[in-house]
Design a protein around this ligand. Structure first.
Ligand code: ADP
Ligand code: MG
Length: 252
């Protein structure tokens, strides 16, 4: 079944304050959507709302994944339904290896009695690491402990590869990365692109989009998508900033 994430007229409050103010967006399998916007415009709020963070209160609108009502589900059910959020600042988990963490995460999704076999897991891990051009030794390291910025991001991409989500959201996956690490993230996502996976890349900067080549670029301002366009929009934003859009919107 092909993937469709459908967000309609979404309104979200955080601690009584409305942050997302009527946002609509449809993301289908095979598509990469970039969401850009100034700081504080609600980008992370959207990411956390979609993945079910309890702090974000939806007051109006709907979100469905292949017709299923996501908003009615707890965060873990959403994850099982295929939602994935790559963290901006992944935490260190000493004593838990990358491989162990991944196996636990996969089994949490599959549920009791349906655990992945050790053999199958090892085979899958090896295949995904090869695809992402990662060294085998990486799997034995403790999660994020002493990882460089690039390794942390790589690990997030490996998680995405192993969990095979339907919708992957990357919130500022590019912040604080040097150009090599940036390419790793972009290449990783490009490798994982497939007709069943919709990707939402949230970013403040245009840099990563040069490698990712999104199908659509949206500008989020003040809790609404105020403009959507192709690849060229990202470049225009890089050159001219967001002010011209602000004026455009106000001038309507
Ligand atoms: P962006 O990711 O686009 O920079 P955010 O979604 O993080 O924007 O924030 C949008 C607005 O919501 C900001 O004004 C921010 O202060 C507020 N906000 C977001 N999360 C919280 C929170 N957990 N508690 C209080 N305010 C929040
Ligand atoms: Mg943010």
């Amino acid at each position: 079944m092909s993937t469709t994430l459908d967000i309609r007229n979404l309104h979200v409050q955080v601690e009584g304050k409305e942050i997302i103010k009527g946002l609509s967006l449809t993301v289908r399998g095979g598509e990469v959507h970039a969401i850009m916007g100034p700081n504080g415009s609600g980008k992370s709020t959207l990411a956390y709302t979609l993945t079910g963070h309890p702090r974000y209160e939806v007051t109006e609108g709907s979100v469905t994944l292949n017709g299923q009502d996501l908003l009615a589900m707890e965060a873990d059910a959403r994850s099982r339904a295929g939602m994935f959020l790559a963290f901006q600042y992944p935490s260190e988990v000493p004593g838990v290896s990358v491989a162990n963490f991944l196996r636990t995460a996969i089994n949490a999704r599959r549920g009791e009695g349906d655990e992945i076999s050790v053999m199958e897991f090892a085979r899958k891990l090896r295949a995904k690491m090869a695809m992402l051009e990662m060294d085998d030794a990486f799997a034995g390291r403790y999660l994020n402990e002493g990882f460089s910025g690039g390794e942390k991001k790589r690990n997030e991409i490996l998680q995405m590869a192993m969990l095979e989500p339907k919708v992957a959201i990357l919130d500022e996956a590019d912040s604080g990365l040097d150009i090599d690490a940036l390419k790793i993230v972009a290449n990783g996502v490009n490798q994982l692109r497939n007709p069943e996976l919709g990707v939402i890349v949230i970013t403040h900067y245009q840099r990563i989009l040069r490698y990712l080549k999104p199908d659509v670029v949206h500008v989020l301002m003040n809790g609404q998508i105020v403009h959507s366009g192709g690849d060229e929009l990202a470049e225009a934003l890089e050159e001219k900033g967001y002010d011209w859009i602000k004026e455009d919107v106000n001038g309507r």
